[in-house]
Ligand binder design. Sequence first.
Ligand code: FAD
Length: 508
Amino acid sequence: MYDVMIAGAGPVGLFLAGELGLAGCSVLVLERQAEPHSPSRVMPLGMRGLSAGSVEAFYRRGMLPALLAASDVRGPSPRAAGHFAGMMLDPAAIDDGALPFRLPSPAMEGMMTSLDAVETVLAERAVKLGVEIRRGVPVTAIAQDDEGATARAGEDEYRARWLVGCDGGRSTVRRLAGFAFVGTEPQLTGYVALADVADLEKLRPGFNLTPHGMYLRMRTPGHLGMMDFDGGAYDRSRPPAREHLQAVLRRISGTDVTLTGVRLASSFTDRAKQTTSYRRGRVLLAGDAAHIHSPLGGQGLNLGIGDAMNLGWKLAATVRGHAPAGLLDTYTAERHPVGARVLDWSRAQVAVMRPGAHAPALQGLLRELLETRDATTYVYDRLSGTSLRYDLGSDRPLIGRNAPELRLVDGTALGELLQRGLGVVLDFDADRPLRAAAGRWPDRIRYVAGPARDDLGLRAVLVRPDGVVAWAAADDGDGAGFERSAERWFGATADRATAGPAEVVRPG
Ligand SMILES: Cc1cc2nc3c(=O)[nH]c(=O)nc-3n(C[C@H](O)[C@H](O)[C@H](O)COP(=O)(O)OP(=O)(O)OC[C@H]3O[C@@H](n4cnc5c(N)ncnc54)[C@H](O)[C@@H]3O)c2cc1C
C-alpha cells in the first residue's frame, strides 16, 4: 500500500508528488496520457505565465535554476505587470512602497515558461525523490474506506492511504468521489490557435476588445487568441476547424482576415466552478480538479501550485502520524477562499468584456482607474500572488502572510532554508529559550540564529514549510506563544528532556 496516490501528472500532481516525496512518503502517480510531451504543451500554445508567488515556490524548493534552464530564460522577467481584461498595466506606475513586506529575492517577479518545461522539471524532481509515475493508465473507478482508497487504472487496481485528484478540469476523481462542484455557467467560448495567416497586418498586436468580444495577436506570428460570447454553445468535443476559427476571428475583429491553415488549436470556456470542499474522507483535490475558470489573466496554474505547496506538508505530516488534529482540514479552510477570489477575478474580467453598450462604459472607467498608482498597484499585487494572506486567527500584520525573503548578514536566505520542506525558525537575537523550544521539533523545524540584514522590526519568526509566517516576535514584545504555535502546526513532540536542538547559529 502506498502512502499517497495521485491521479494526474500535470503540473499540480507532479508538484504535490515532489512535496510528498521530499517528506519521505511513498507516492504513486497515475497519468492518463502515455506520452509526457505534446505539441500543445510547448511554446507557443503551451506558454504559461508564472506569478512571482509561483516562481518563489520553485525557488523555495531549489528548482528555480532548473526551471529557468528548461524555460530558456535567464531570470524572472523584468517587471511585466500583466493585464486586467486585456487592459495592460503600466509597470512604471506600480508603487513598490505600497507593497507590504517585500525584501529582495531571486523570485521577485513572474516569468514566462511552458507547461512542458514546468512538467519536465517537476517530474525529474519527483522521480529523484522516489515517486513512481505510471503513464497511460487513466483512473476509471475509485473506492474509499476507513483505511485508505483504491483506484482502478488501466487493467490494475492500486491502493493507498490517501488519494489526491489532480486530474484537471474534467476530473474523474472529483465526479467519482461525489464532490459538489458549484459556480457559474459559461458566457463565452475561447480559442487559442497557431495559424497561418495570409494578411496578419489586418490584426492589431496585443489584446483587442471589440464590440463582439476580444481577440489577441501574440508575438509569435500566427499565435492567436479569441473570446467569443456565444454563451459557451460551441461543441468542444473536437479541435476547432479552420473555417470556424476564421469566421469567429472575422466577426470579432471586424476584418476579412484569412486563415490559410491551422497547425494547432484548442478551445476553453469561462465556466467558473469550485468544489465546496477540497476533501471528502480520504480523497482530496488540488488544481483544476478543485476549481475551474477562464484562463484570463493566467491564474489557474498559479492557483494549483499554491494548492500543492499548502497541501503537501500537511498531508505528509498526516501520513507520518504527527499532524495535529485538524491540520489537514486547514487545507480547504485556507485554499478555498483563495480559489473563490480567483474565480471572481476571472468573472469580473468577463463582465467587463461583454458585448453591448454597458461593458465599454465600465472599460472606460477602469482605464481611468488604471491610470492611477493605487489601482495599478492593487491589480499588480493581486496578480503577483505575493501578498497572499491566510486567516490564522491573528491580527498581527505578518501572521498568515507569505514570508518575505529574510536574510542573515552572512547571506543565508530563508528561501534556501526552506528547501528541505521543513519549518524554519529564524532567530535574529540568538535567544536561548527559543533555541531550546525549537529543539523540541528537530525533525520538523530548522532553527537558525544570527543577525538579520533587514529584520523588518522582528526578533524571530516561525515559517511553515509552505513559506507562510506562523508566528513572529516583534520588538514590541509579542514573543510569547512560540510553543503554542509550533504545536498548532507541527504537532505534539517527544519528551522535552530527550529532544535535541536542530540548530545552526551563524556568526554576526
Ligand atoms: C490557453 C490557456 C492558457 C493558460 N495560461 C495560463 C497562465 O498563463 N498562467 C496560469 O497560471 N494558468 C494558465 N492556464 C491554466 C493552466 O494551464 C491550468 O490551470 C493548469 O494546467 C492546471 O494544472 P493541473 O495539473 O491542475 O491540471 P492539468 O494541467 O489539466 O493536468 C491534469 C493531468 O491529469 C491527467 N488526467 C486527466 N484525467 C485523468 C484520469 N482519469 N486519470 C489519470 N490522469 C488523468 C491529464 O492527462 C493531465 O496530465 C491556461 C490555460 C489555458 C487553457
